[in-house]
Ligand binder design. Sequence first.
Ligand SMILES: Cc1cc2nc3c(=O)[nH]c(=O)nc-3n(C[C@H](O)[C@H](O)[C@H](O)COP(=O)(O)O)c2cc1C
Length: 130
Amino acid sequence: MAEAVAEGAKTVEGVEVELSYYVPPEALSSFDAIIIGVPTYHHDMTLDIKNLFEEAAAKNIALKGKIGAAFGSYGWSGEAPKLVLEIMKNKFEMQVTESPLLVRYTPDQSALETCRALGKRVAEKLIHPS
Ligand SMILES: Cc1cc2nc3c(=O)[nH]c(=O)nc-3n(C[C@H](O)[C@H](O)[C@H](O)COP(=O)(O)O)c2cc1C
């Protein structure tokens, strides 16, 4: 899913895309948009993402105004991407315009296309903020 989101973002000219499985909290401030992929485990986001937010908050990493989006695979309840967006918006004052993108278990071709479309929309918003 993350690769498809990145692929979609890369189709937009003028946008640099970085796909990482780990980002130190300090690095977050160097991006204009942050799209987090996170599966739901035990009705929650995974600990790596929770820790990333905890550390970013503790270190007062400024993310205000940056574009935020979230996606994730899930089994039956799928809370994680929604929780991520709430934190982006309420704690870090990021711009959240996209709904959480949820895919049940393994993404099929159509789900991957939805992921590409998300990446593309976020990248276009960077080029044409409205
Ligand atoms: C221990 C465990 C707990 C899970 N808890 C939830 C849950 O609370 N809600 C949900 O929607 N899916 C839950 N799932 C399903 C996963 O979200 C689903 O398998 C997802 O596709 C995992 O993505 P990943 O392979 O990228 O880690 C759980 C799976 C496991 C193994």
